[in-house]
Design a protein around this ligand. Structure first.
Ligand code: UDP
Ligand code: MG
Length: 154
């Protein structure tokens, strides 16, 4: 089992898409193991987007991420990082495949609805950045035997 971080960005929150996007993750079979609203500030955004701080679009990206609270989620499943990145789609919503979240809900390179960790290593770092350990729950998934075949979810 693996846990990944998803942020429902202000573009999701303000457009009234929180429920719709959470529904997609639940219906896919991912287990929600952490979830809360947060108001981001420059300190956390500089860390979260440290690979982008020198880009010309960083100021507008940081500003966009502060325009409303976001929803931070921890999603758990086998190969959850890859599964969730696949559901998220290409960064630029205009180029994202239909059927992906960005391809279905975004026409923007910046206001692209969700963030999702891009590797197991970044998932670990990002989960620690956005959640206290006690805010992530371990509990039995009642439908486990129907989500995975025998031996698949060890
Ligand atoms: N972004 C942007 N302009 C760009 C590239 C990225 O505003 O030209 C924003 C966009 O919101 C994206 C975020 O920066 O989701 C992080 O960029 P990254 O390359 O990590 O893409 P992601 O992992 O979100 O697909
Ligand atoms: Mg990224």
């Amino acid at each position: 089992m693996e846990t990944t971080l998803v942020l429902l960005k202000p573009s999701c929150v303000q457009r009234g898409l929180i429920g719709e996007i959470i529904n997609r993750f639940e219906r896919r079979g991912l287990q929600i193991t952490g979830m809360k609203m947060m108001q981001l500030d420059d300190e956390i955004l500089k860390k979260h987007y440290s690979h982008l701080v020198d880009k010309p679009f960083f100021p507008s990206l940081a500003a966009s991420m502060k325009t409303s609270p976001i929803v931070a989620m921890a999603l758990t499943g086998v190969e959850a990082v890859q599964v969730v990145r696949g559901m998220t789609g290409f960064t630029n919503g205009r180029r994202a495949d239909p059927g992906t979240i960005r391809g279905d809900y975004s026409v923007s390179n910046q206001q692209n609805i969700v963030h999702a960790s891009d590797s197991p290593e970044s998932a670990k770092t990002e989960l620690e950045r956005f959640f206290q350990p006690e805010e992530i729950y371990t509990y039995n998934h009642a439908l486990q035997g129907y989500l995975y075949g025998v031996g698949e979810a060890n």
